[in-house]
Design a protein around this ligand. Structure first.
Ligand code: FES
Length: 115
């Protein structure tokens, strides 16, 4: 995934292993998003449910189901695969979270910069 203009979100180790963390918005830098870490890899999505366009989480940094296997929408309980953001259960099956272009460079998570 190509990320040319970049904003640093955080260091990879600042996201709990197997957990999630939210970021922003930071005007002029990036929109509201969250990251889920699996070992040395991370996925980043906009913090918006494709069902109704509302924020996914119901509390700060709470984006995962109890078993931490799926991303969970706190409004109607839709479940999304971590790896590609596709909804596999709930009212928007087949819809997907919006991925945020990113990469990890020298242990720092970088995302495309707004504007
Ligand atoms: S708003 Fe997310 S499942 Fe309905």
């Amino acid at each position: 995934m190509s990320v040319t203009a970049r904003a640093a979100l955080c260091r990879l180790e600042e996201i709990e292993e197997g957990g999630a963390r939210e970021f922003g918005p930071e005007p002029g830098r990036f929109l509201s998003m969250f990251a889920v870490r699996r070992g040395d890899t991370v996925v980043v999505y906009e913090k918006c449910c494709p069902h109704l366009g509302v924020p996914l989480n119901w509390a700060p940094d709470r984006f995962l189901d109890a078993r931490r296997r799926h991303i969970l929408c706190g409004t109607h309980g839709a479940l999304f695969r971590v790896e590609d953001g596709v909804c596999v259960r709930g009212p928007c099956v087949g819809a997907a979270l919006t991925p945020v272009p990113h990469r990890v460079e020298n242990g720092v998570v970088l995302v495309a910069q707004e504007g």
